[in-house]
Write a protein that binds this ligand. Sequence first.
Ligand code: HEM
Ligand SMILES: [Cu+2]
Length: 537
Amino acid sequence: MKEDRENRKADRGFWIYEGGKTGLFSWIFTTDHKRIGILYLTSLAVFFAAGVTFGILMRLELISPGKTIMSASTYNSIFTVHGVIMIFLFIIPGIPVSLGNFLLPLQIGARDVAFPRINLLSWWLYIAGGIIALLSLFTGTGPPDTGWTFYAPYSIRTGTNVSLAVFAAFVLGFSSILTGMNFITTIHRLRAPGMTWFRIPLFVWTLYATAWVQILATPILAITLLLIILERFFGMGLFDPAKGGDPVLYQHLFWIYSHPAVYIMIVPAMGVVTEIIPVFARRTVFGYKAIAFSSIGIAAVGFFVWGHHMFTSGISDTSKVIFSLLTFLVAIPSGIKVFNWVASLYKGSIKVDTPLLYVISFIFLFCIGGLTGLINGTLATNIHIHGTHFIVAHFHYVMFGGTAFAFFAGIHYWFPKIFGRMYSEARAKLAWLFLFIGFNVLYFPMFIVGWQGMPRRYYDYLPEFHNLNFISTTGSWILAVGLILLFANLIRSVRKGEIAGSNPWKGTTLEWTVPSPPPVENFEEIPTVTHGPYKYE
Ligand code: HEM
Ligand SMILES: [Cu+2]
């Protein structure tokens, strides 16, 4: 009976989440966290595709020295827009607003988030920010060309559309703050009876730590970006040395947000990884409390290391040494997580389905990204590699190889729950293969040319860097094929995939106790929790 109803529901498709309402308005005015999660997932996919397209175009330009397909100023605008889209419209909202929004109430045994209407408002602000960012591309004096970091004094002086782009990031910041506020209140107030703090799934712990960074750090960015707009309109001189201002002050304010922001990007990804490992290793997670506290630890220590972006900006030697030391400290809670993931897999009865394949890739790529982060954080080497493609490779390994690969793991893991259908495992594995090979062929050569001195943010380079750049560009094409295969498989499976049932992976967290897709009210009755998650032995 229950199974039949589930099959009939899945067969009619996921878009009838709210009491059978369909149509555009039932989506853009919904207050259901599940629908809002899917709205975000769809919007993120569109912006990600735009960001990837700009990335591929840059690689095409870099296939050989000299001008290939674009001018130097166009290249400057493209890496700026690529960075702005990927940071503010893909990876910062990323996992929390999509998978987090869909899964958080289900994992803690609640019917929705604490403020459903504010949840919808945060999506509207996200879309508004996205539209303003796109407007900055096609209106006025042309797309911004400062880099996504909007460094002063150039961002004050350049005639391009910096004010609009900065305003877009400002609006997106509020979407992020509202989401953070919503999640913290939900986790504190709406847990099911018996769901004590050490019975919460570890994905929820990472959403909790991330939400605190969102509400504490984002206002700093909001004020800093507003100051750039005021500088451009009124020339107050805060960041302009010609008027007694200090451009290094801008860098401090920008990175006081933007470094903690990298933990908004990576900590939820770590939560997805921790969630998937016990299910595909069929054993409980190693060191629950250590993993929970390491999420908080990373978020907290992450507030004190921003100066490592400024070792060549003329800050004092004392502060350089302190920031370098603190940067090493962040590696400890990250290392605890990696150790516990591997320990949880050890002696498990491993089933290598696509979610685990992306998880294992995450651990491999994140370690390369993390360890090169220690090279960047070391004063002696940083002076040499700052501003080169070594840095570009580093952050793509952590943000793309890390967060995006974990995102792909999470999408495949929770796809049956969200859409009520299975994806094609064979096609998913083929997509993974192209992605993994393409990724390393694309970004690993950048470490080498960067170490040899190739500067970032130039559309041209010296002939001796030609071979490795050619290889890197071909890597971007292999990666693009992988992304197309991944999306094609998932989009096809939404309608044509096999009916999934409520618990295809035999997971033990609460979302697997309800039908797929879940009913509007999530639970017929709010469950009472008597033990922690990941019970296998
Ligand atoms: C197919 C995918 C991608 C390709 C081919 C690509 C390629 C590139 C290249 C070549 C640059 C360096 C430009 C330069 O300094 O000369 C760059 C910069 C950057 N990329 Fe990507 N990227 C991709 C995906 C991503 C993803 C997924 C993210 C983050 C989530 C990301 C974030 C950034 C950022 C923040 C910059 C710095 C932009 C700046 O200098 O202001 N990229 N990318
Ligand atoms: Cu940093």
